[in-house]
Design a binder for this molecule. Structure first.
Ligand code: RUB
Length: 325
């Protein structure tokens, strides 16, 4: 089957980072599956399962680090698959698929809202807060605190090479929250003034380590040294089940042209460029992870994973893999 143009566009937009941020990536990917479900010409249930599996595979291959992406696809496809044996025909399965997709997107948006409400309690008047990169979930905490009338200032590092900090500064500005944009190199120098750090996450491992935008671990190190509280705001579908079986989260390496123009690089004889997009902050540097289920210490990550996936479903195969052909 041909994967619908619109689903392919979503995959392309995730890859090129027009759609970015772990939560938005997951919701967009599930939207891509809903479109593939709706547009499929399949008249048989098996054909429909194959069409949607093929869409899941191209979406899965877009970016490797944000575990919200495979978790979102898994949420959709595993439920879609169990429905397939309960419905009479492909059109009933299509209907069920659209419902499952809507349910995920709603659950995800609600989680961000709840995390905002819970996290806002940690902010007090006069706080100097650091954030990093551009996380809708961490921003949700700041916005909820602002909506409660709390007065605080946010330091926003630019976040090289893609400058997501500028997006965060714009969001804060639009919300009327005072912020100070700084270069990434100023983090340790300015951390001495801070009270709290709030960042998002692309993945949380079974031992409570947090994978987030490259540079997050340096912010955590500076916070630890300056005795500043370090909080991570993350929905529970960002917890990585594969890490329960000892797998490491893959760190995305992006194009060197995000760092330096190709013509400059070509002129250099002995210089090469590395552009890892994420890093790992160990649990020792994290005071708490704010999830929609409550505030947990990083050591509680395993409990969140157990509740969502059990002990046995840690294998790295995806529910759609057998249906690709
Ligand atoms: C974005 C990033 C964000 C997390 C969480 O990286 O590291 O902190 O994805 O975002 P990139 P959210 O710009 O490479 O996608 O809270 O919005 O899910």
């Amino acid at each position: 089957m041909a994967i619908p143009q619109e689903t392919k566009k979503i995959a392309g937009d995730i890859q090129s980072m027009r759609i970015r941020g772990a939560g938005r990536i997951a919701r967009a990917a599930v939207k891509g599956l809903m479109i593939a479900t709706q547009e499929s010409k399949a008249t048989q249930i098996t054909e429909l399962l194959r069409d949607v599996a093929q869409a899941a595979q191209i979406l899965y291959e877009t970016r490797p680090t944000a575990v919200s992406l495979p978790n979102g696809l898994r949420y959709f496809y595993s439920r879609f698959l169990s429905k397939s044996s309960q419905v009479p025909d492909s059109s009933a399965l299509k209907e069920a698929g659209l419902k499952i997709g809507k349910e995920f997107i709603e659950m995800s948006n609600n989680a961000v809202k709840t995390i905002g409400e819970i996290g806002a309690r940690l902010i007090v008047n006069g706080d100097i807060i650091f954030t990093y990169c551009n996380s809708a979930t961490a921003f949700g905490v700041l916005k909820a605190a602002h909506d409660l009338g709390k007065k605080f200032t946010v330091y926003v590092p630019e976040t090289r090479p893609k400058y997501q900090g500028h997006i965060t500064a714009t969001w804060l500005d639009e919300a009327g929250i005072p912020s100070i944009l700084i270069t990434d190199n100023s983090v340790r120098y300015l951390m001495a003034q801070a009270d709290k750090v709030f960042v998002g996450a692309d993945a949380i491992t079974a031992n409570g380590a947090v994978v987030n935008k490259i540079g997050t671990s340096a912010v955590a190190l500076a916070a630890d040294e300056a005795r500043v509280d370090f909080y991570v705001a993350a929905e529970s579908y960002k917890f990585s089940p594969a890490t329960m079986a000892g797998e490491l989260v893959e760190i995305e390496e992006r194009n060197t042209e995000e760092v330096v123009n190709a013509d400059v690089l070509q002129k250099w004889k002995y210089v090469s460029v590395l552009n890892p997009a994420f890093d790992v902050t160990p649990p020792e540097f994290i005071d708490a992870i704010i999830t929609e289920q409550g505030v947990i210490p990083p050591q509680g990550a395993i409990a969140v994973l157990y509740q969502a996936f059990g002990w046995l479903s840690t294998e790295q195969s995806w529910p759609w893999t057998p249906y690709l052909e």
